[in-house]
Write a protein that binds this ligand. Structure first.
Ligand SMILES: *[C@@H]1O[C@H](CO)[C@@H](O)[C@H](O)[C@H]1NC(C)=O
Ligand SMILES: *[C@@H]1O[C@H](CO)[C@@H](O)[C@H](O)[C@H]1NC(C)=O
Length: 252
């Protein structure tokens, strides 16, 4: 009897997974590369270079990424002290199509032990340079699709290896369940900027005050790692980020 119950639960689980797979492969009329795992229905937030959201603790309000202390400058943000209505503008010098995942391969001591299990890890990877920075991911929301480069870590956590490199059904372990950050340009391109902005502001607020009301619609995207050579042409290739950065945690 117990065995029967377990099997039934397993069957339901498998059916759900198959349904998700079918739904996605038919809604996106494009061959999905099977080399890396696709993560489905991941709670997504917005991440900017000047982010002050509590969702991104390491870089909060500091205009830096975990891999680049001068991210703001290198990305091309220029301050306009004489223009109070628009204190800064962006003349991009790095890819505006960037994203974040909640795992950093480096910590204050250098390369993490878990980083050796990253599929493209090599025996001689440097101790002070990330092998995740500048990696491409493919991200989709319903019919919308974009590609972007990893340029920071978060939301919420920086050590969720099991989710980032785990199977499709592995969920982020973070408190609010968020597992992907997108730049405003990626969100705009996919037509979800306003929705994502509303949801991100809401999540940032409930981190500080859990009694918030009026939860807006959540935004759930799917994502998958992509090798450079497989990334198709698109506005995400206008400026490709190649700077290797460093390890900000180790220099503090
Ligand atoms: C980050 O940039 C914004 C505007 O771009 C500026 O107002 C703020 O002072 C900067 N923060 C830090 C900590 O440098
Ligand atoms: C975002 O929030 C604003 C203000 O609450 C609301 O007017 C707008 O309809 C929301 N937009 C979306 C796409 O949910």
């Amino acid at each position: 009897m117990i065995i029967k119950l377990i099997n039934q639960n397993k069957l339901i689980f498998i059916i759900i997974i198959l349904k998700i797979l079918l739904e996605y492969s038919s809604s996106i009329g494009e061959q999905i590369s099977t080399k890396y795992t696709t993560h489905y229905y991941v709670k997504t937030v917005l991440h900017t270079i000047e982010d002050t959201s509590a969702l991104f603790k390491q870089s909060q309000g500091k205009n830096i990424s975990v891999w680049n202390e001068n991210w703001q400058r290198d990305a091309g943000i220029i301050h306009l002290p004489y223009c109070p209505s628009k204190p800064s503008i962006l003349i991009p010098t790095e890819n505006k199509f960037y994203c974040t995942l909640p795992y950093n391969d480096l910590d204050e001591f250098g390369r993490k032990a878990s980083a050796h299990f990253i599929p493209w890890a090599k025996i001689d990877d440097p101790e002070d340079k990330s092998i995740l920075k500048n990696r491409w991911i493919r991200v989709s929301y319903k019919e919308a699709l974009a590609f972007c480069q990893l340029e920071d870590v978060g939301p919420e956590t920086d050590d969720d290896f099991d989710y980032v490199f785990g199977p499709s059904y592995s969920l982020p372990e973070s408190g609010l369940g968020t597992g992907l950050g997108l730049s405003p340009e990626v969100a705009e391109f996919m037509g979800i900027f306003e929705k994502l902005n509303n949801y991100t502001i809401y999540l940032g607020k409930i981190l500080e005050n859990p009694d918030q009301l009026n939860e807006p619609d959540e935004v759930r995207c799917s994502w998958q790692f992509y090798d450079d050579k497989d990334v198709p042409d698109g506005p995400w290739k206008d400026i490709v980020t190649t700077s290797t950065g460093g390890n900000v945690a180790a220099t503090r």
